[in-house]
Design a binder for this molecule. Sequence first.
Ligand code: ATP
Ligand code: FE
Ligand code: MG
Length: 337
Amino acid sequence: RYIMAFESSADETSVAIVKNGVEIISLETATQIKSHQRFGGIVPEVASRHHIEQVTILADAALSDAHLTYEDLTAIGVTQGPGLVGALLIGVTAAKTIAWAHNLPLVPVLHMAGHISAANFVAPIQYPALALMVSGGHTELVLMPKEYEYVVIGDTRDDAAGESYDKVGRTMGLQYPAGKTLDEMAHRGTATYDLPRALMNDDAYDFSFSGLKSAVINLMHNADQRGETVDHDNLAASFQDAVVEVLVTKTARALDNYPVKSFIVAGGVAANRGLRDALTQMLAKRPQINFLPVPIKLAGDNAAMIGAAVDIAYRHGKRGDWTLNANPALEFDYQDM
Ligand code: ATP
Ligand code: FE
Ligand code: MG
């Protein structure tokens, strides 16, 4: 099976061709970060315009890179949501048009199912599986009793993990998105500041990061008013320690209560070195679990991960018709996404 997949939910336009759900034949991504950076976040209208300009160019490039034609394809897949509606619509419309023109099945998927499915590029996910899905918009523990079954057992009550990195980074004057820079600073610094860890002793698997974010921001403002200096590297290290400790503690508890064969860490924040190291240590004590951290290069948004999710959805019979619409509020509770 050859799947051509489209991703356009935020600020990356990406088209990929994925073979049998496990092999990337081609991947073409255009990032718009530079256009949004001076605004400190994604500007929806700017995003849509970039997606329109790029999507057909990238689709052509993905096909020619793969040395394939549309006749070789099995299905066309696309991120249906969540994300910016105007951005999603470009991918959905491109996918629908190509599927219609070449008489191919159309397969919509949930963006987060895509993030998680990128683990299949490391080794096949064995079920039951658990995923820690950490990105700019989500922080979820997702239980997969079987392939194509997703149950959210833990979620954030306020900010997502990546969002808290971006907001803390903004207060430090760093460029958006700030996760990677803060991660590097954390590795240069030492965790000398005492910061809160929310919901640690709570039995549920929910997360909360807004208190931690506020604590960092208040600490900086207070120091500023007193004319004291804050060591940004040390503050980054302290912040990262708090985020990682909460994520790893909750994940360990979930792994102890749900016996799974594979554990996946996925989403943009899965590129975080501190998080990967701490999870590796935690999983070393659980050698029966197959640890599948998504490759760092595929942690952020890309169409290859969407292709992997589409392959699964396609095999389970999921199809979109010509009325398929972007859904900016799509979540896992749509069961079969
Ligand atoms: P969602 O997937 O929830 O819709 P998104 O697609 O915007 O959100 P991703 O592209 O998956 O999010 O991830 C981007 C986020 O990952 C940003 O918040 C960014 O700061 C964060 N990030 C990237 N690299 C790192 C890192 N090394 N450490 C921490 N955070 C990181
Ligand atoms: Fe994403
Ligand atoms: Mg992104």
